[in-house]
Write a protein that binds this ligand. Structure first.
Ligand code: DAH
Length: 340
């Protein structure tokens, strides 16, 4: 190639750049002349074969070509952009409000579980876990449930086989934990539970509980249990919340209590929500029954402990003022968005 041929290509390339009709054509011209197998690199490569006396002039012309062509492309792109902005697309209105992507958020029940775990973590409780499908021993027998107790009936419990069932409570995690660990044990266990219940404003067949268990080799008393639950009530619901114990029966605790918090609606004065009592039931609890220790291989003479079980939905309903348990399961964005 000689200089005359080179300058002919130079002119052609500029004409092509100037004639490019759109961004794609600009890109096409760029690839043709500047691309890895483009004409300009090819000419550069030929520089070696040019006779030595012509080489400086040839090299200079080739560089000038590259520069001129690059500028021509740039100028054409800019010109295209300008026309396109003015003619094809409507002007961009910077004063319009932005369109935000919809963000997700934690489900209120997950929020309650996370907060309960945080509160108990501060006083040394770790989170334990167990399966939704349990056996009869863990869900009933080892929890000292009498062999023909009505809670085991087909009408209350969802049985899968003669021995397997969908757990009716998170209490079997107490059994699993004690069977696999030596005291001291300090755990909470959030999880799903299943019962053959008809759904209404306050009942669900598939709800959530948070189990708690503390067993130690030194004396633990009902007063410790009450102090722990009072601490929890304050942290979860705010200062000034009262806690009361009412005697009750659970097969796996002795003595057993039901735990009430002061009513969040009336503050304890008495209203429709608390049925004029000023109190709302939130949990079952008690001192672990010595018979349970025997089932899990602990020596009842040498250990002391308490247990408790909260309904997660109940806590969430109180904390967020949710009037109907069914809201938690319907995935209605108008409800869920309140918890962002
Ligand atoms: N498992 C009980 C229930 O489902 C709740 C409960 C009561 C749990 C007393 C406990 C407890 O750990 O000590 O009704």
């Amino acid at each position: 190639m000689n200089i005359a041929e080179l300058s002919k290509l130079h002119e052609e390339s500029l004409a092509e750049a100037a004639a490019a009709a759109d961004a794609a054509a600009v890109e096409q011209a760029r690839v043709k002349y500047l691309g890895r197998n483009g004409l300009i690199p090819a000419v550069m490569k030929q520089l070696r074969d040019v006779p030595a006396e012509e080489r400086p002039a040839f090299g200079k012309a080739a560089n000038a070509w590259r520069q001129a062509f690059e500028e021509a492309l740039k100028a054409r792109s800019a010109a295209l952009e300008e026309t396109c902005g003015a003619e094809a697309a409507p002007a961009f209105d910077f004063t319009l409000p932005g369109r935000w992507p919809q963000g997700g958020s934690l489900h209120p029940l997950s929020k309650v579980v996370a907060e309960v775990a945080r509160i108990f973590a501060r006083i040394g409780f770790t989170v334990a876990d167990g399966p939704d499908i349990e056996n009869k021993f863990n869900n009933f027998t080892a929890l000292n449930t009498a062999p023909h107790h009505p809670s085991m009936d087909q009408s209350d419990t969802l049985w899968l086989t003669d021995d397997l069932l969908l757990r009716t409570q998170t209490s079997p995690v107490q059994i699993r934990t004690m069977m696999s660990r030596k005291p001291p044990v300090r755990i909470i266990c959030p999880g799903r539970t299943y019962r053959r219940d008809t759904m209404d404003a306050t009942h669900s067949a598939n709800f959530h509980q948070i189990e708690g268990l503390y067993v130690d080799t030194k004396p633990v008393s009902l007063a410790d249990l009450k102090a722990t639950l009072a601490y929890f009530a304050r942290e979860m619901m705010g200062e000034g919340i009262g806690v009361r114990f009412r005697p009750h029966f659970f097969p796996f605790t002795e003595p057993s209590v039901e735990v009430d918090f002061t009513c969040h609606v009336c503050g304890g004065k008495g209203c429709r929500v608390c049925k004029q009592s000023g109190w709302i039931e939130v949990a079952g609890a008690g001192m672990v029954d010595p018979r349970v220790y025997r089932f899990v291989g602990y020596d009842p003479q040498k250990v002391w402990g308490y247990a408790f079980g909260f309904g997660v939905e109940r806590i969430a309903m109180i904390k967020y003022g949710v009037p109907d348990i069914r809201h938690f399961y319907e995935n209605d964005l108008r409800f869920l968005e309140q918890f962002k």
